[in-house]
Design a protein around this ligand. Sequence first.
Ligand code: BG6
Length: 457
Amino acid sequence: MKYSFPEHFWWGSASSALQTEGTREGQTTWDYWFDREPNRFHNGVGPQQTSTFYQHWKTDIQLLKQLNHNSFRTSISWARLIPDGIGEVNPQAVDFYNQVIDELIEQGITPFITLFHFDMPMAMQEIGGWENRDVVEAYARYAQICFELFGDRVLHWFTFNEPIVPVEGGYLYDFHYPNVVDFRRAATVAYHTVLAHALAVRAYRAGHYAGEIGIVLNLTPSYPRSQNPADVKAAHIADLMFNRSFLDPVLRGEYPADLVTLLKSYDQLPACKPEDSALIAEGKIDLLGVNYYQPRRVKCRDSAVNPQAPFMPEWFFDNYEMPGRKMNPYRGWEIYEPGIYDILVNLRDNYGNTRCFISENGMGVENEQRFIENGQINDQYRIDFISGHLTWLHKGISEGCNCLGYHMWTFIDNWSWCNAYKNRYGFIQLDLDTQQRTVKKSGEWFAATSLNNSFDK
Ligand code: BG6
């Protein structure tokens, strides 16, 4: 069967500054954490060992073109642009981002730009990071500077990439700096991120720029083990905590009342100011980026909560391993293609069919060298992964969902946080020693799909 996509569908991929650029002046939390605890990073490989986009941006953009991208998302590094987070703008960074943006446009590739992709300037973390409202103000200033510098040419802005991840990693589950485990502080970080988002949206609207502004959220549909009311309630709470804690403020301009009630009953709400709700209401977006990797399956808890243990989302559910689930064993994530359709239908039916696109989807695989045939990685599993998800995305569009594009994670194999280079995600293989780039079979498949605006399956 032939799957065709609407005219002007966005085909492309996503990456981020810290994971690709290398060579940076301003220090981020990642540089600081790596210096102190290199053992936390796979094979002791840190954030300076990247795919060297800072040097190779021009030839990399040629490769994007070769892969028939009509759009590409990356981020600006706050720490590169304003090394101490709040002071002087670094003119070399301005030159660099201007060159990248201009070259993308020159090559017919629409730039999509994220302002914050997990890379907090260390100077900002030193004063408390997102727990401090001064950092919220500093971010708003940074956002405004970016709009003024690049807003004449960048027409698709994203305030944050997956803002729940620094909350989970840094303040609940110990996989980002500052490795705090404290729900109330996590809730404060999440809340202040929403305020920072809303201030950026306010600044963008005030500047009357020609483009649009949105956010990228990683949505994990919450599936209950069964229809037993206890399981359904568990899935509902997981959905409130991990999806609706950001989805509702940015699309409806307010938090879900039952989330607020729940957290209040456990004394976990952040400190709010009276003027916050009007600001949050102003943060409604034009375009939602959806990152989808895996579903979340839950059941009601089997055991009582230990009252001495820190308050956690898992006080309300257990994770559920569905028998027969399909796994990506390298990343430990379930592969469930219909999830992409369920997300789109939810947005259609419950969020006014907001304009959206799939901003990340991808499959990280270990030791891809073993699949080399005639010098090229034959990653048929990745082609199957993409086409499987696109089939469900296509069904969503045919049923009226307002999905405008599909971006893959990622373009060239890049540095993946604590996993460093363990799992490779790229359309293009990176030889870390020589920095040589070689297109994988999936890259060729994607180039053909984008060119034809369709694929056969
Ligand atoms: C997304 C992020 O969560 O998934 C990326 O936006 C990240 O930055 C990607 O690299 C893949 O996850 P990971 O943890 O395997 O790198």
